[in-house]
Design a protein around this ligand. Structure first.
Ligand SMILES: Nc1ncnc2c1ncn2[C@@H]1O[C@H](COP(=O)(O)OP(=O)(O)OP(=O)(O)O)[C@@H](O)[C@H]1O
Length: 281
């Protein structure tokens, strides 16, 4: 296995090198606050959230249940409106970014229509957007190739394993070719071996497409393995307790998880999660 240093020496693709050099920020949140008004009283879901996400970064959000990970992702996506603070996505408001289809969104459950084939599921939003048939076919073929599901376009979701269904839902989110991919715990329901495999594939997809990815997870190894930046969050009220810029190279074989560098980052994430919890008592 190559060492972390060897991997680091050859890490950046020309595109990611350019993006890193340009230092472009695609998502900015400043002093973001969100309080939900419920019948049981207000719930302070996000407090003073400040974050910059650079072009081509892979950013994971990790923290205990209820710390606001999904709420923050939904704010980026323009699906929730913050009570206070500012957020911009590609220089637009989240609402404008949503209407400009600036991102693809992958949910926890694959959410494929069972009466449509895999190709038909990917085609649906393209039909709604008015792409012509030839363009639809071209895009379906390209995104199925990106998630390694070539030849599965005529299968129905129930003919695929859980991991393959989740890959199909990623393909659907990629069909618009948006620069940003938001993923809310996409592999949470899958067993560890399948998850490892999908993590590896997701890193390859990220390297090939150079997208900016926001990824919610409960898993420390998953967050450390995938991310260039790990955002540790804590609950009541939901806030960011640590932001870790990963020193790991972008090219990461699974064995990197045994390296001292990986273990050190995992410890820091765990410490951040513990510190957040101790605030509760
Ligand atoms: N639409 C809503 N109305 C009222 N409260 C909400 C709403 N959405 C989320 N909340 C509350 O806001 C807080 C943050 O929820 P959120 O789903 O963002 O947390 P999370 O970190 O993603 O949790 P999990 O890991 O369990 O998915 C929780 O207390 C939740 O109950």
């Amino acid at each position: 296995m190559p060492t972390v240093a060897e991997l680091a020496a050859k890490q950046l693709t020309p595109g990611s090198r350019a993006a890193a050099a340009s230092g472009a920020t695609v998502i900015t949140a400043r002093n973001l606050d969100l309080t939900f008004q419920t019948n049981d009283g207000p719930i302070h879901a996000l407090k003073n959230v400040d974050l910059d996400i650079g072009k081509g970064e892979f950013v994971s959000f990790i923290g205990p249940s209820g710390c606001g990970k999904t709420t923050f992702l939904r704010c980026i996506a323009g699906l929730e409106t913050p009570t206070a603070g500012d957020i911009s996505v590609n220089g637009m408001t989240p609402d404008e970014a949503r209407r400009a289809r600036a991102y693809g969104y992958v949910f926890q459950a694959a959410g494929l229509y069972p009466w449509r084939t895999i190709g038909g599921n990917i085609r649906l939003p393209l039909e709604i957007m008015g792409f012509d048939k030839a363009e639809q076919a071209k895009r379906i073929e390209r995104v199925l190739d990106l998630v390694d599901l070539n030849g599965f376009d005529r299968k129905f979701p129930w003919q695929l394993s859980g991991g393959m269904q989740q890959r199909a839902s990623i393909a659907r989110a990629l069909a618009f070719d948006a620069d940003i991919l938001l993923m809310d715990e996409p592999f949470g329901a899958l067993d560890e071996i399948v998850r490892d495999h999908l993590n590896e594939q997701l890193l390859k997809l990220w390297a090939r497409t150079e997208k900016t990815i926001g990824f919610v997870t409960h898993s420390i190894p998953e967050a450390v393995y995938l991310s260039t930046k790990i955002v540790v969050m804590s609950p009541r009220p939901g806030r960011i307790s640590d932001v870790i810029d990963s020193p790991l190279p972008r090219e990461r074989p699974l064995e990197i998880r045994d390296s001292p560098e990986f273990i050190e980052i995992a410890h820091r994430v765990r410490d951040g999660l513990r510190a957040g919890h101790s605030d509760d008592v």
